[in-house]
Ligand binder design. Sequence first.
Ligand SMILES: [Zn+2]
Length: 112
Amino acid sequence: MSDNKATEKEKKSYSVLLPQDLVFRLQFIKKLKKGDLDISKEIAKHFYDLISDLEKKSNLTSNSWKEAKKCPKCDSYLIIKKGKRGDFYGCFNYPKCKHTDSLYKEKKEDNV
Ligand SMILES: [Zn+2]
């Protein structure tokens, strides 16, 4: 077949390109309807994917979590919060945990 070359760049009629996440969502719904889906596992996976996306966007690595400031009271993470008198560290677990910390190093006069 010598006239093959003329048509070789034509897309095959079935080669519609479906975005991967679109297919993923459809498969997800199908599995959900059939009832063979470990929903908590799927949700966890979804959130892990989301976290790694957000990590990349914030220029964080998995190491950043180890270096991140943690709450000494409940072991949750401290995040920067906005207050009337400026920013401060507050526990992510607020209002369950009310631990706060200053963003700045305090000069300690007392050496006890
Ligand atoms: Zn806390």
